[in-house]
Design a protein around this ligand. Structure first.
Ligand code: NAP
Length: 254
């Protein structure tokens, strides 16, 4: 009898773009993809931080290069993707949070968070998909959403709105691009210890709220998302599209 075999988790020969790769979840995603053999282009605005990460990755034996890019500049992003692509894998982890009570949200904060988390994410996915379709290649597009793409949270009306928007855009893109073999999914973490989450974790009552909601009883670490990124990027996830992979320690289970 011929036994079924697990499709490969390896990414040898694949080119990946990780936006928001100089810190936190994006950095973890870049390393996770490189560990599976991908050639990774790391993008963020800050060139110095990016260069330091790329140096460390190369020193560790990974294939990595830096691309200084502000993803809110839609034209520059499309041009960079056209120049350096096509990318078999996109992980978009460029994100922003400006938390406040909904009664205190300013239009400037609303526009800034929507501009990065939704508008830039939308057009970056579009640019990568256009490149893949033009090249006749399949691909995997992963947007870092959040558990807040599925539930609401204290002081998070705008942030949760952006993440719910990302979930809708992902499902619709998955419907359109499935015919091209392009899979489109979100990865939805709970609180992960990064510079972005630190603004919340340092407030004792918020930390208590967080720990009361995470059934596994701890805040996430960057390593907690790495296997999920590699999985969604790989052939092991070949039939998964339009999906949200929750890495939330059970936050949304009730
Ligand atoms: N940490 C959490 O608890 C958590 C939980 C759920 C979801 N998420 C989501 O995960 C994503 C990453 O969060 P994180 O915690 O890893 O944040 P982080 O540590 O602050 O890293 C954000 C990264 O995005 C880059 N970035 C920000 N704005 C950009 C822009 N306009 N163009 C290009 N790059 C940009 C930053 O570099 P530059 O500033 O140099 O550009 C940095 O590399 C976000 O979408 C966030 O909403 C985070």
């Amino acid at each position: 009898m011929t036994l079924p075999r697990t499709p490969s988790f390896r990414l040898d020969g694949r080119r990946a773009l990780v936006a928001g790769a100089s810190s936190g979840i994006g950095l973890g995603a870049a390393v996770a993809l490189a560990e599976q053999g991908a050639d990774v282009v790391l993008a963020a605005r800050g060139a110095a931080a990016l260069a330091a990460v790329v140096d460390d990755m190369r020193a560790a034996g990974f294939r990595a290069s830096a691309l200084a890019l502000d993803v809110t500049d839609i034209d520059a992003t499309a041009a960079a993707v056209a120049e350096h692509g096509p990318f078999d894998v996109l992980v978009n982890s460029a994100g922003l949070a400006r938390h406040s009570p909904a009664t205190a949200t300013t239009p400037a904060d609303y526009d800034a968070v929507m501009g990065v988390n939704v508008r830039a994410a939308y057009f970056l996915a579009q640019a990568v998909a256009r490149g893949l379709i033009a090249a006749g290649k399949p691909g995997s597009i992963i947007t870092i959403s959040s558990q807040m793409g599925h539930v609401g949270g204290i002081d998070r009306a705008v942030y949760a709105a952006t993440k719910h928007a990302v979930e809708g855009m992902t499902k619709s893109m998955a419907i359109e691009w499935g015919q091209h073999g392009i899979r489109v999914n979100t990865l939805c973490p709970t609180f992960i210890r990064t510079p972005l989450a630190e603004q919340t974790l340092k407030i004792p009552e918020r930390k208590a709220w967080i720990l009361s909601k995470i059934k596994l009883g701890r805040v996430g670490e960057v390593e907690d998302i790495m296997g999920a990124v590699a999985f969604l990027a790989s052939d092991a996830a070949a039939l998964i599209t339009g999906a949200a992979l929750l890495v939330d320690g059970g936050w949304t289970a009730d």
